[in-house]
Each structure stands twice: as structure tokens, then as C-alpha cells.
Design a protein around this ligand. Structure first.
Ligand code: NAP
Ligand code: 3JM
Length: 348
């Protein structure tokens, strides 16, 4: 029997996430019949090579999705809000990388290692969680499954590539200017649409996305709400502090968890992580082995290390979780969702 192939579109193909989507579809040989690359008017006409074939980027319109079976969206929340319903109306399944639909009740929020089965409930749109959420829940799932999770407290150390191509350029330009003794003129970070912009080079900025009325940023609330939704547990206690660092790629997270059941020790946590799909344990303090953002770039796995039992709480554990934010945090997770759809017979 010949393998079924699909008409695929990538919306945001010229962006930091879109570029990695193309690379991941190619690397894992997703069964593609035709590939449509979409962007705004700005990049329409640009040529991109996929599997040795030159493709021309087109401006995205509702009609772009005629005949498309699978659409991978990463062009920002407002673009998703406008075009995802148009794609679904034309018969496509949308895997959306933005926060536009993540908390909608009829939209599954998927990390395949954790809740692949939730895909069966989809109504056309499937949401890919926030990058910081994905790597954290992937690493915590084996521990949650075996001992339950009562509480999660996370502080993030996030890379600039999570804020797109312009943020990466700003970090490098500013770094050069500071080293050359020139004046800097921040215009992108922490949030391009806000009135104040701050130095990112040689700095740490405790704001990712816009502030909410409760004093948390939207990025922090995404981590809190998405974690509860993915684990299907509204009573889980979750808190987050999200910080941007001058790292190009690779989000790092310091995570404190409190498990529900007694009797867990560090060696058991190690074993659970070693046995878990998509996780690499890197935890050997005697030899200075621990996950590093710089080494996560280009890798598919989520790396975990520095696992310690809390000194005051026998059910408390600390750990350091690192992943390539553009791969497992975005493009790879989306492509894994696409493969799961094929496997479950949901992509027709
Ligand atoms: P980026 O590098 O700035 O790229 C943005 C992409 O969207 C470009 O291809 C751009 O096309 C396209 N675009 C912008 N406005 C558009 C419009 N009006 N119509 C059609 N296309 C438009 O950003 P990125 O880092 O790739 O992120 C893109 C989006 O993905 C983010 O806004 C975010 O919602 C989501 N994201 C999700 C995660 C995650 O955690 N899962 C991580 C990062 C980003 P042009 O080349 O024409 O400008
Ligand atoms: C990561 O349209 C926008 O404002 C995009 C903001 C954004 C998001 C988001 O909210 O979709 C930038 C970077 C994300 C995300 O994955 O949540």
C-alpha cells in the first residue's frame, strides 16, 4: 500500500519558528504531497529551498488554504485569529503555535508525550503550547505519572529567539555596539508593541509579553494556565517568573516541584527521566555535567539535570530543564503533533 501524502501549508514560513518547521518536516520526511509557504506581503516572492526544490513564498489570504489538509501556523496571534477559522472552513486541520486559541475549551493543547489522546477531541484547531510550558511538562510528566504533582514553581531564563528574528538581530547588534563603545537604541525587547524598550545585551529582563492586571506577565500566565490544562488538573498549584536573557537559542528553567506521594528519591527521579521519551538526563555534579542552553541548540530532546531533594521538604525536588525553544518548544512539537494526527488516522 502506498503511503498517503498530504497538502501542507506553513503560515509564517519566513520566521524563526517557520524556518525550523521546514527543517523538521524535511528531517523527519513528513509525507507531503504539496507544500505551500505563506507569509505577509513583505516576504511574498521570497524563494525557499525544501528538499532541493525551490518554493516561492506567497502572501497569506483565506483562499491560500483551498485544498490544504494540514496548516502549521506561526505568524502571531492576530493572524491566527483571522486565518485559522478560514483554513478550517476549507477543510484543513490547523496546528497553531500562537496563544490565540490555547485556552479554548474545544481546542486540544498538545504535547504528544503527555496527552496525545486529547487530539481525538479536536474540532479543526489544535494548539501547540508555549515554548516554556512544553519543555517543562515534557520533563515533569514521568514524575507526575508515578508520584503525582501538587505544586510547581518555575523561574525561566529564556532565549531571544523566542521573540522572533528581529529580537535575535537586536541582541547581536546591541552586543557589538556595547563592545565598540557605541550608543544603543533598543526597539524590540522586551515587547515590540510596548512603549518602553530595554537593553538585552549583557542584561536580564524580567518581562516576557505584556503585564496582566494581577501583576504577572502574559508569558507567566501562559505557563500557569497551560500546565494545568495539559495535565488536566485545575487544582495543581503553579507559579512562574519569566526572564529574558541574552542567549540566542535554548530556554533554561529552574523548577521546584512538590509531589503528592511519599517515598520518591533522587535516584528514582533519575530513572523515571531516563526511561521517558524525548528526555535526556544530564546529571553528574562530580563531573560538572548538567544541561546547557548552548548545547541544546539544534537538539530535539529536553535535557534535565541538577536534580536535588529539597532540604526542608521530603516531597520537594529542584531541577534544571533546558531545551531548544524553536524545536521542542515550537516547530518540532508541531511536527510531532502532525505525525500523531497521521498515526491516529485523524488527518484525511
Ligand atoms: P518572526 O521570526 O517574527 O516571524 C513571523 C512570521 O510571521 C514571518 O514569517 C512573517 O512574515 C509572518 N507574518 C507576520 N505578520 C503576518 C501577517 N499579517 N500575515 C501573514 N504572515 C505574517 O516570529 P517567530 O518567532 O517565528 O514567531 C511567530 C509566532 O509563532 C509568534 O508570534 C508566536 O505567536 C508563535 N511562537 C510560538 C512559540 C511557542 O512557544 N510555541 C514560540 C515562538 C513563537 P514576513 O516575513 O512577511 O514578515
Ligand atoms: C511566543 O501575536 C503575538 O503577539 C505573538 C506573541 C508571542 C506568542 C503568543 O502569544 O502567541 C510571541 C512569542 C508566543 C507564544 O508562543 O505564546
Amino acid at each position: 500500500m502506498t503511503q498517503q501524502r498530504f497538502n501542507v501549508a506553513i503560515l509564517g514560513a519566513t520566521g524563526a519558528v517557520g524556518e525550523q518547521m521546514l527543517a523538521t518536516l524535511e528531517k523527519y520526511d513528513f509525507p507531503i504531497a504539496s507544500l505551500t509557504l505563506l507569509s505577509s506581503k513583505r516576504s511574498a516572492g521570497k524563494k525557499i529551498t525544501f528538499k532541493g526544490e525551490e518554493l516561492t513564498v506567497q502572501e497569506a489570504t483565506p483562499e491560500s488554504f483551498e485544498g490544504i489538509q494540514l496548516a502549521l501556523f506561526s505568524a502571531g496571534g492576530s493572524v491566527s485569529k483571522a486565518l485559522a477559522p478560514e483554513a478550517v472552513k476549507r477543510g484543513a486541520i490547523v496546528v497553531d503555535n500562537t496563544s490565540a486559541f490555547r485556552m479554548d475549551e474545544d481546542v486540544p493543547l498538545i504535547v504528544p508525550e503527555v496527552n496525545e489522546e486529547d487530539l481525538k477531541k479536536h474540532q479543526g484547531i489544535i494548539a501547540n503550547p508555549n515554548c516554556s510550558t512544553i519543555q517543562m511538562v515534557a520533563a515533569l510528566e514521568p514524575i507526575r505519572e508515578s508520584h503525582g504533582l501538587k505544586r510547581v514553581v518555575v523561574s525561566t531564563y529564556q532565549a531571544v529567539s523566542g521573540a522572533g528574528v528581529k529580537a535575535i538581530d537586536e541582541m547581536y547588534q546591541q552586543s557589538r555596539q556595547i563592545l565598540d563603545g557605541e550608543e544603543i537604541n533598543p526597539q524590540v525587547l522586551p515587547v515590540s508593541g510596548e512603549k518602553n524598550h530595554y537593553q538585552i545585551a549583557f542584561n536580564a529582563v524580567p518581562q516576557i509579553d505584556v503585564f496582566q492586571e494581577n501583576g504577572y506577565t502574559f508569558e507567566e500566565m501562559k505557563m500557569i494556565n497551560e500546565t494545568k490544562k495539559i495535565f488536566n488538573n485545575d487544582s495543581m498549584q503553579v507559579a512562574a517568573t519569566c526572564v529574558r536573557l541574552p542567549v540566542e537559542t535554548g530556554h533554561s528553567e529552574s523548577v521546584y516541584i512538590e509531589v503528592e506521594k511519599d517515598g520518591l528519591d533522587v535516584s528514582q527521579v533519575h530513572q523515571l527521566l531516563k526511561d521517558a521519551p524525548g528526555i535526556t538526563l544530564q546529571d553528574d555534579p562530580a563531573n560538572q555535567v548538567y544541561p546547557l542552553a548552548s548545547k541544546s541548540k539544534g537538539k530535539d530532546d529536553v535535557f534535565v539535570g541538577r536534580v536535588r531533594r529539597d532540604l526542608d521538604n521530603s516531597k520537594g525536588f529542584h531541577m534544571w530543564i533546558v531545551a531548544d525553544n524553536l524545536l521542542k518548544g515550537a516547530a518540532l512539537n508541531s511536527v510531532q503533533i502532525a505525525f500523531s494526527l497521521v498515526k491516529l488516522g485523524l488527518l484525511k
